[in-house]
Design a binder for this molecule. Structure first.
Ligand code: MN
Ligand code: MN
Length: 558
């Protein structure tokens, strides 16, 4: 009988082989790829100097309409990495950007992780999973091999003064989900201009900043200015869903990341709209699933209530003992062991930082008290102290109405943001040991299972290094002031993995955000301000200029 499941199996079998070839087809453009002509960058290009820098700035200012149009094209892709059914959009947006890179003369390759058939076979055994969702073979391809990555390289122009240095830019093309009904004033996937603001999902995180980088380079190409250093772009498409496959792709493609002198990530947010910033530290992340199971099936509370150890009651008891409700301190023994004490330097920096507690409380929309009343305490607990957050309970009843159920299996989800010198392995052990002990003390006989869903270390660099000095000068040229030096309480897995592959793991990478906390990334009505966007593009060109100057790559004749 030709039933649905048979067809699906047949389909899966055929595509096991097809996918192999498709993969090779897309991947093969690596080292043997077609050579693109960029003679315009090699012959008769102008070597960068101060005067040309000014003409690039003018060019950028006159291209506003083009930048807006391009961003609107990018926003139109609903490249939401959280939903497998939107996976094809990840490939669409990657192909769209690949075309742009190739037109600029970049060598550009789409790559997947070599994950292969084992995973695929597992899916085949469970074919109903993709019966309806994956009609297209490319959908199945991404579902099987993970999200696509885009690797782009533009060599230094031949007539540029020779001094082989390279600059790598990282970004992500996926976005978090957005629905009009969430409270958007316009369609989140149609870029909408209101005054100087451009509204759309991804405008500030991270499509806008990626386009700013592309346009910084393109402005130089348009004006036939020699590209003074090798430029590389590395883009991923699952940053918003735990950077699936990222750690692996770095290993797999380590040649691409070899010998990189400078790397920049423009994917976090400056705290003050008035001030540009540079970021020198990020917190890491450990994400836990704690599962308690008490029975095979959900039970009726009228029939069984009072006679069983309920899984939810036990889980809530455990979750309540992870931190102190009044102080916010984590109460898991050992978690604070290896944290650096606050230095005089830091206290000084925090107290001079433009940060107002009243405004902050307003921005948070806090109805209660904040955990800390002083600026120094608030900043240090956001940036350089660990924090624990409880995110939810899977399996517990959460809909409207009064359902009288006893859930048989619940999963508590919480995470700890890690800071420098906290060893993730040690913290993991502390957490597991503590929860196991609590569970034992409860003496319920329920089953306990702890899974670590995500693990990323913290990242910290020295803001006194060369790279920061050059970036600061670059920003000052455009904004007329030095940037704020910030740390960020968030986690960027790419920063941690990437820095390990760079020439100087401790100093090569800087975070140069082009977006601001008030832009509303991840939230409804995410936007960028077009004037700040233009300033941002200029500051990137200015940074390239500073790097070129530092390495004697400017025109020496005048
Ligand atoms: Mn981002
Ligand atoms: Mn994001």
């Amino acid at each position: 009988m030709l039933n649905k499941s048979f067809l699906t199996r047949l389909y899966a079998l055929v595509f096991t082989y097809l996918c192999k070839y498709v993969i090779i087809g897309i991947d093969s453009s690596g080292e043997n790829s077609k050579k693109y002509e960029y003679s315009h960058l090699n012959e008769n290009c102008h070597i960068l100097d101060e005067k040309l820098l000014q003409s690039i700035f003018d060019h950028i200012e006159s291209n506003e309409a083009h930048y807006i149009k391009e961003l609107s094209e990018a926003v139109k892709f609903p490249s939401v990495s959280a939903f497998p059914e939107d996976y094809p959009e990840l490939l669409h947006v990657v192909e769209w950007s690949q075309k742009m890179f190739r037109n600029m003369g970049f060598r550009s390759d789409i790559k997947f992780i070599n994950y292969k058939i084992k995973q695929y076979k597992r899916r085949r055994e469970n074919p109903h999973k993709h019966t309806n969702k994956y009609r297209h073979r490319r959908d199945l391809l991404i579902e099987t091999f993970g999200p696509p990555f885009l690797f782009n390289t533009l060599p230094q122009s031949k007539s540029s003064p020779s001094n082989n240095i390279s600059l790598l830019i990282y970004g992500h093309l996926d976005v978090v989900p957005a629905r009009r009904s969430d409270g958007w004033k316009s369609d989140p996937f149609v870029l909408t201009r209101v005054g100087d603001n451009l509204y759309g999902r991804g405008s500030s995180d991270n499509k806008g900043p990626i386009l700013a980088w592309i346009n910084a380079i393109r402005a130089m190409i348009d004006l036939k200015i020699c590209i003074p250093m090798k430029i590389k772009f590395f883009l991923e498409t699952a940053e918003e869903s735990g950077s699936f496959g990222l750690r692996r792709i770095f290993k797999q493609e380590k040649r691409f990341f070899k010998n990189i002198d400078y790397a920049v990530i423009s994917d976090n947010f400056c705290p003050n709209v008035k001030n540009p910033c540079l970021t020198y530290g990020l917190r890491g992340l450990l994400y836990f699933y704690v599962q308690i199971q008490s029975a095979k099936e959900d039970l009726h509370s009228g029939v069984y209530g009072g006679s069983v150890h309920e899984s939810t009651i036990q889980l809530v008891e455990i979750l309540s003992k992870l931190s102190n409700v009044t102080t916010g301190q984590i109460t898991i023994p050992g978690v604070y062991d290896d944290i650096d004490p606050l230095t005089a330097d830091e206290i000084n920096a925090y107290s001079n930082f433009d940060f107002n507690m009243e405004d902050y409380k307003k921005n948070v929309g806090s109805l209660g008290y904040l955990l800390h009343s002083s600026k120094i305490d608030a900043l240090s607990h956001k940036w350089r102290e660990p924090s624990l957050s409880i995110h939810g309970i899977e399996g517990a009843f959460s809909g409207p109405g009064a359902k009288t159920v006893i859930p048989h299996k619940v999963i508590g989800k919480f995470s700890i943001r890690l800071v420098p010198h906290q060893d993730p392995q040690k913290v993991k052990n502390n957490v597991i040991e503590y929860i196991t002990k609590l569970h034992k003390q409860h003496n319920t006989g329920n089953s306990l299972n702890i899974v670590i869903e995500e693990e990323v270390e913290s990242w910290l660099t020295n803001y006194k290094n060369n790279n920061f000095q050059l970036a600061s000068e670059a920003i000052k040229r455009v904004y007329g002031r030095y940037p704020d030096l910030t740390r960020d309480g968030g986690t960027v897995p790419a920063a941690v993995y990437l820095s390990k592959y760079l020439k100087d793991p401790n100093n090569s990478l800087i975070l140069m955000p082009l977006s601001y906390a008030a832009d509303g990334a991840h939230s409804e009505n995410e936007h960028i301000n077009i004037n700040r966007h233009i300033m941002g593009i200029k500051s990137l060109v200015s940074y390239i200029y500073e790097l070129a100057k530092h390495h004697s790559l400017l025109d020496q004749s005048n």
